[in-house]
Design a protein around this ligand. Structure first.
Ligand code: ATP
Ligand code: MG
Length: 750
């Protein structure tokens, strides 16, 4: 049990707590997450609890992965324990019980970009003014409802049917109908539908209550109503629930997080053991004191103060820049200066309030040739070509997905304009079929130009084939096949532009993402892969191994730690943001965010602001952040903080020379040095492997005969038993007899 020796007495007390509710309420960096991982290890190693009976949930995939790694280190072996985000845990439950939840088991998950497409269509169909009801606004109301388990019917009850509520209600209802029809769920649905499933099905609930005898939740202060319900339902049977959190770090109230969940935990679960941790192991004393001097201004907080036996360390550095470019230049310069043997690039983080701030840092870091990674913002998965190919893959998984089909029906060009598409959709709707299903009927496409008819038929054939064969193919084979046979790749090649070439490279890069997952899981199925990608939250691109400065929002830095942290944009209006001034608890929530940001720093903390800032194309004089003014001055080194400064400048509306020729710069591809990524070799390989036409003789087994020995990409070696029409029957050594589609089976004669 020497792994428990490293813990302090309170931490150890919590780690060896076996039965009954446990609440660890403590400040940043006090070892809450560490204690939880030790407790998991303790339950398994000392108490003999099967990992099968443990559920540990947190908020980001990155945090879940770190937790799993730490547990595996402690127990000395790999595990497939449920250490997951809320979303992934619910998705697993739903996938297994889809029918009970009223979905087909192949349901797909829509990300925010997809949601926006759906709601935009609804707004258009209902002739609502998009300016008065912008998609994001409507979506935020829908999301808010789902987080509180408010159905459209209930929404009507609560809000009545005045003009505005009626519009929202109709949009919400239409949105839900589209998702249902497409056999799709959005992120909020994942949790909501799981809760509904558990509430309605005693047997399913009993099964999971019995399975998860020990439940743990990290960052509990950020749970919202529906997440709370989920946990409560599962824990009710045995009450072995352990939650950890810090009320000072609740930063998701704007997304429905309810701080009461943690503050009322003791009332909620009788006989709770409460453990408080008071020693901070992360930060030098000056950093901790500075963070404390800010957070103590919050009125609605329980009094608590952390201590540390670490040295005082450097004071907090404050730099008041001339403008945002100078701010970025200063930060890049400091990173360059401090970077050394002891401090790798990946030890530095720039944590900003909004993604829009990242561009100037990218530029400044590129100038100094400092490698960096931007997390969030323009995500890799948001790129057009990736969304396109994902839409194809989704259709293979679930042909009922009209949204995906709409996206790619004319991508590459198949002669289907918007009007034609609308007509096809209307026909499908009359027939009460999915778009895909209706297009399999020749009658529907009758009357279209013959070129369009041919290309639609070919597309439908390819998608049907892959859909039927999806379980017999590796994900990478499906991917290659789709790229080639849908004509998508060819079309990019023909364009012969730099942009198209970039897109091809991205598509090839995507293959290394697939390989990576296949490497870990030889039996990876298409739906598993799609889920991994769908759930890839912004934080996931953060690879600690990569030696690059990390740029991300303060929100996504929760739970992480870095030796050197920069928080730029310390200005009223930016941080705290203007909107915070309009809401009751707005400033307090921003202050907690400031506390979260400051307490990420282990050795050095920099705060910066700019005298004049251009953001969103608007230039203004700024006023230093109230949080700077609140900070204990004796802990600050650098520029003086002005107590008063006019915030009304004459610059509004002008652009102070933003660089229009902006480019992404180096160090951000995330794949440099990867062994797998050799773009143009791969292109050759993909084409050889899959042939180029629907006949696909190279990939398929058309020239096989009975008795041939063959090798299959997924199933290994086997013997051809028979050939019949388009089907070949093969007895495989590993998986027994399989019937495969001759045209697309990745088999070779040996
Ligand atoms: P946050 O509130 O930011 O999520 P936390 O309370 O979860 O923080 P951890 O991330 O678990 O804190 O721990 C912070 C740091 O302190 C880690 O580097 C961890 O390894 C270290 N640490 C935790 N407990 C101890 C201990 N007893 N002795 C030495 N180091 C410790
Ligand atoms: Mg933590």
């Amino acid at each position: 049990m020497d792994y428990l020796e490293k813990l302090n007495p309170q931490q150890r007390d919590a780690a060896v707590h076996k039965e009954g509710p446990l609440l660890i309420l403590a400040g940043a960096g006090s070892g809450k997450t560490s204690t939880m991982t030790h407790r998991i290890a303790y339950l398994i190693k000392e108490e003999g609890i099967a990992p099968y009976h443990i559920l540990a949930v947190t908020f980001t995939n990155k945090a879940a992965k770190e937790m799993r790694d730490r547990v595996e280190d402690l127990i000395g072996e790999g595990t497939n324990m449920w250490i997951l985000t809320f979303h992934s845990a619910c998705l697993r439950i739903l996938r297994k019980n889809a029918e009970f939840a009223g979905y087909n088991k192949d349901f797909v998950v829509y990300d925010p970009t997809d949601q926006k497409v759906v709601i935009k269509n609804c707004i258009k169909e209902q002739n609502v003014d998009e300016k008065k009801y912008p998609p994001n606004y409507v979506l935020s109301i829908i999301s808010d409802c789902k987080e509180k388990a408010i159905s459209p019917a209930k929404y009507a009850q609560i809000n009545g049917v005045d003009f505005k509520s009626k519009i929202i209600l109709d949009l919400y209802t239409a949105y839900e109908a589209v998702l249902k029809k497409n056999n799709a769920m959005d992120f909020d649905d994942l949790i909501l539908r799981t809760v509904q499933l558990l509430e309605k099905n005693e047997d399913v609930l009993a099964y999971y209550q019995d399975k998860f005898k020990y439940i743990m939740v990290d960052e509990y202060q950020d749970t919202n109503f529906i997440q709370y319900r989920f946990i409560k339902l599962l824990a009710e049977a045995h009450n072995n629930i352990c939650v950890v959190g810090d009320d000072d770090q609740c930063i998701y109230q704007w997304r429905g997080a309810d701080i009461k969940n943690i503050l009322d935990f003791e009332k909620d679960f009788k006989n709770t053991k409460v453990i408080k941790l008071e020693q901070n192991y992360r930060s030098h004393a000056n950093i901790l004191d500075a963070a404390h001097s800010v957070i103590e201004k919050n009125k609605g907080r329980k009094h608590k103060k952390l201590w540390t036996d670490k040295e005082k360390g450097e004071k907090i550095k404050y730099y008041r820049a001339d403008n945002e470019k100078d701010e970025a230049r200063y930060i890049a310069q400091e990173i360059d200066r401090l970077h050394s043997k002891e401090l790798k690039y990946s030890d530095f983080a720039v944590l900003y309030r909004t993604n829009a701030q990242s561009r100037t840092f990218e530029e400044a870091l590129s100038v100094r040739e400092v490698p960096y990674r931007v997390l969030g913002g323009n995500r890799y998965y948001d790129r057009k070509e990736i969304k396109d190919i994902m839409a194809y893959m989704r259709l293979v998984q679930n042909t009922a997905d009209d949204l995906s089909l709409t996206r790619i029906i004319n991508e590459p060009k198949r002669g289907i304009g918007d009007k034609t598409l609308e007509k096809l959709k209307a026909l499908a709707s009359v027939r009460n079929e999915s778009l895909f299903e209706s297009l399999t009927d020749d009658e529907i496409v009758e009357g279209l130009p013959s070129k369009a008819v041919d290309s639609i038929k070919e597309m439908i054939t390819v998608l049907s084939q892959y859909s039927q064969e999806k379980d017999n193919l590796k994900v990478s084979d499906i991917y290659d096949g789709l790229l080639v046979r849908t004509g998508y790749l060819k079309n990019l090649e023909l364009q012969n532009t730099v942009e198209a070439e970039g897109r091809i490279e991205n598509l090839l890069e995507f293959k290394s993402v697939i390989y990576d997952y296949e490497k870990d899981n030889l039996q990876l199925t298409l739906s598993e892969f799609m889920e991994k990608v769908a759930l890839m939250s912004e934080i996931d691109n953060h690879d600690a191994e990569e030696n690059a400065v990390v740029l991300m929002t303060l929100h996504s830095a929760k739970g992480l730690e870095f030796p050197v942290v920069f928080i730029p944009g310390m200005e009223d209006g930016l941080f705290p943001g203007w909107r915070a001034f309009e809401k009751a608890d707005g400033i307090e929530e921003e202050r907690r965010l400031c506390y979260v940001g400051m307490t990420r720093a282990m050795q050095r903390l920099y705060l910066t602001s700019a005298d004049v800032r251009t953001l969103y194309g608007k230039t203004d004089y700024t006023k230093e952040s109230m949080f700077l003014r609140e900070l204990d001055k004796s802990l600050i080194d650098g520029d003086a903080i002005y107590e008063k400064k006019s915030s009304t400048g004459g610059y509004s509306g002008t652009d102070m020379g933003r660089n229009p020729g902006w480019s992404q710069g180096g160090g951000n591809d995330g794949y440099s040095g990867s062994e797998i990524f050799r773009p143009f070799d791969q292109l050759k390989y993909i084409k050889q492997g899959q042939g180029t036409g629907a006949s696909g003789s190279k990939a398929g087994g058309s020239d096989l005969k009975e008795g041939d020995k063959v090798s299959h990409n997924k199933f290994g070696e086997g013997l051809v038993l028979s050939m019949e029409g388009s089907t070949v029957t093969i007895a495989f050594d590993s998986v027994g007899v399989k019937k495969l589609a001759k045209d697309i089976a990745p088999i070779k004669k040996i």
